[in-house]
Structure formats: C-alpha cells, structure tokens
Ligand binder design. Structure first.
Ligand code: GLA
Length: 402
C-alpha cells in the first residue's frame, strides 16, 4: 500500500514537472520581427536571411530586437510519411535547421508558427494530434519561439489545447517562448499566465489609424480599434506573461506621426514589440522610430507594469505607465485632425495607479521631464507642460524624481 502511495506521489510529481512553461525567458516583452503583416505566405529562405542581415546593419539588434519569426506558410502542404512537419522544399531548400543556424550565427533567435487546429489559418498542416511530435521537430531545429494560432479548432477547449502544446514544448526540452494567438476569444488573460509567455488580445491588426475592415465573418482592426477593444486586462500583464496587441504596422503606410504614436502605445502597453514591415526597404524615419532606445526602454522596464489611460478630453489621449525607480512614462496623443496646443497643469491632477498602488504626486514632488522622441529636456513638473502636438502625433515623456 505504501509503495502504491509513493508511486502515485512520484507520478503526480512528474506530471507536475511537465505541466509548466519555461520560466525566465520573457521577463520583459519579446522584441522581434514576424513575416505575416507584409509577406503573408510569400516567404522564403533568402528573404529571411536578408531580414537577419538587416537586424544587424540597421541597428535593430543593438536596439534589442532578437526574434525572427516565420508565420504561416513555411511548411510543405503535407507531412512526410512519418507524420513529421517539413519545410516547404521550394521556399526553404536548406531546411529549418540551416536557417536557424544562420539566424543564430548573427546572435539572433528563431521563431516558427503553427496552429492548434487540424490546419493552419492558411491551410497548412496544423498540430492537432501531433503536438509532441511537432515540438520535438522544433527542438531538433533549435527553434526559440513558437506562435500558436487558433484556426480550424472546431470545439476544442482553448485552455486545454494551449496547455497540451505548452507541455509538449516542455517535454521536448528546448526553451521556447510560447506565443498564444487565439485573438482574445477565450479570455486568455484569465487563464494563460502559466501557459504561455504572451497572448494576443484581439483579431488581426491592419495598417490604419482607427479603421475596421470587414471580411465577412471577421474583421481586421486599426491601431486604436485594438487599443480600445479590451478593458481591465492590464493587471494580467507582468514579467513572463504579456498582453500581445499584435505585430506592429510601423512602416506599413500610416503617416510618420501615426507610426510614432503606434510605437509609443505598444511600448506603454508592455506589448511584445514585433515589427511587421519589410526591413529591406524601410525608410530612415521608420528605422529611427523603431530603434528609439528610450521608447523601447519604457516597453522593457523591469517592473513589467502595463500602462493605463488617464484621460481622454478634447480628443487628447493621456496615458501613463509606472517605471522602476519611481519614474513614469506619459503619452499625450492627438486624436484630432488638426495640431493641438497642450497646457498641462501638474498641480491640478492626482495621478495614481490603483492596481499597483503607485502615485505620481506632482503636487508634492518635482519630476524632471524628458521628451523621448525629440531627445529634449523639457524642464520639470514645477511649471505647466506646454507644447504643440501634430495630427495623430504623440508627445512621449519620461518623468524622473528630482
Ligand atoms: C491568424 C493570425 C495572424 C496570422 C495568420 C496566418 O489570422 O491571427 O497573426 O498568423 O493567422 O494565417
């Protein structure tokens, strides 16, 4: 009897040991690039190598970007005779291990996409019923990141399906960031903290400021539609588990001002910063925005607190994010179609983050003000903050205790 009890105890321990995600690999939001927004399934080996080269040449690697993630369309249409996934032999003739080696040789990390359903959203072989086998393939190719989608899942239970893949990754033994992508349909912010390292919170982004583009049963969403779609989820974010506001559309056709605001907001939201543009043809202005180290450091702040909307009066969005050392990041975004003057009186506002019990007490304390996009010192909170903000542009500042 005693033996049986001990046996059961050991079994439970083993099961528990598997039932965990890899810890310590996404303590700040992942930074990288994903192929989908620009290339959809038109991806290939040379393109991905060129992107890796651009990470280094353009200073993106220096700025902290790390992951190069191939989205849907990297696989052959069928598994091999043993049920293994294989890379599309025309698009990726050297195979995934060789591509991973190339990316690793640049000091970067490699990500792949698959789906919890029977097929991916673009109709390639999905992982349903092959989770452990696929995780072993990824591990054997030295994959560092898995984005896991939610098409063709019938009546699958989302939490269960993502736990199965998490356990498959853990069992395969290679640490991989596990990026959950079920569009927020099953409220992953309520259950995914111990399952994945990030979870998409909405359907797919598109390159516009505040539009919705319908496709029949689903829609693509502009930047502000995505920001406004979910309420009260910020408390779910923190080191190792992030709300993912989708791959960015910076450099994909919005104005430079809109790109700046988009990038600033993804940083305030502590979202993964995953570029979605063609880095081979990116403009100097796009690269300047994407490599702004001060803005990135707001996203990467080690407290991992997601920012919040403070107010939205006269179509000026004001957002705040507590940072370490009692500093704060603050954004004023001009939603108007004309430039706007601001005149912010620090003595008239009580700024507090109730969830994290932090106060920015500008009545009592004085903070210095740094303009993060224009690299200017704007004095301190002892005087009103004044300035002009262009159409859909952002004034993003860092406040530090004097
Ligand atoms: C879904 C995801 C997208 C992308 C495509 C690929 O729509 O949300 O991010 O991965 O599938 O088919």
């Amino acid at each position: 009897m005693k033996k049986i009890t001990i046996g059961i105890f050991v079994l439970l321990l083993c099961a528990h040991a598997h039932a965990q995600k890899f810890e310590g690999i996404a303590e700040t939001p992942p930074l990288g690039w994903n192929s989908w927004n620009t290339f959809a399934t038109n991806i290939n080996e040379q393109l991905v190598k060129d992107i890796a080269d651009k990470f280094v040449e353009l200073g993106l690697k220096d700025a902290g970007y790390e992951y190069i993630v191939l989205d849907d369309g990297w696989m052959a249409k069928e598994r091999d005779v043993n049920g293994n996934l294989i890379a599309d032999p025309v698009k990726f003739p050297s195979g995934m291990k060789a591509l991973a080696d190339y990316i690793h040789s640049k000091g970067l990390k490699f990500g792949l996409y698959n789906c919890a359903g029977s097929k991916t959203c673009a109709g390639y072989p999905g992982s349903r019923g092959y989770e452990y086998q696929d995780a072993r393939s990824y591990a054997s190719w030295d994959v560092d990141y898995l984005k896991y989608d939610w098409c063709n899942t019938d009546k699958l239970n989302a939490e269960g399906a993502y736990i199965t893949m998490r356990d498959a990754i853990k069992t395969a033994g290679r640490p991989m960031v596990f990026s959950i992508c079920e569009w927020g349909d099953n409220k992953p912010w309520e259950w995914a903290k111990d399952v994945g390292h990030s979870w998409r919170v909405t359907g797919d982004i598109i390159n516009c400021w505040d539009c919705e583009i319908g496709h029949g049963s689903w829609s693509s969403w502009g930047v502000w539609k995505i920001i406004n779609m979910r309420n009260a989820i910020r408390k779910a974010a923190g080191p190792g588990h992030w709300n993912d506001y989708d791959m960015m559309e910076v450099g994909n056709g919005m104005t430079d001002a809109e790109d700046r605001s988009h990038f600033a907001m993804w940083s305030m939201l502590a979202s993964p910063l995953i570029m979605g543009n063609d880095l081979r043809v990116a403009s100097p202005q796009t690269i300047k925005t994407l490599t702004n180290k001060e803005v990135i450091s707001v996203n990467q702040d080690n407290l991992g607190i997601q920012g919040f909307r403070f107010s939205n009066e006269n179509k000026i969005e004001i957002w705040l994010k507590p940072l370490n050392k009692n500093s704060w990041a603050m954004c004023f975004v001009n939603m108007n179609d004309k430039p706007i003057e601001i005149n912010f009186d620090w003595k008239k506002h009580n700024i507090g983050d109730d969830v994290n019990e932090r106060n920015l007490d500008t009545k009592k304390d004085t903070y210095t003000i740094e303009d993060l996009f224009n690299h200017r010192n704007l004095g301190s909170t002892s005087k009103n903050l004044k300035g002009t903000i262009g159409v859909h542009d952002v004034l993003m500042i860092k406040l530090e205790l004097k």
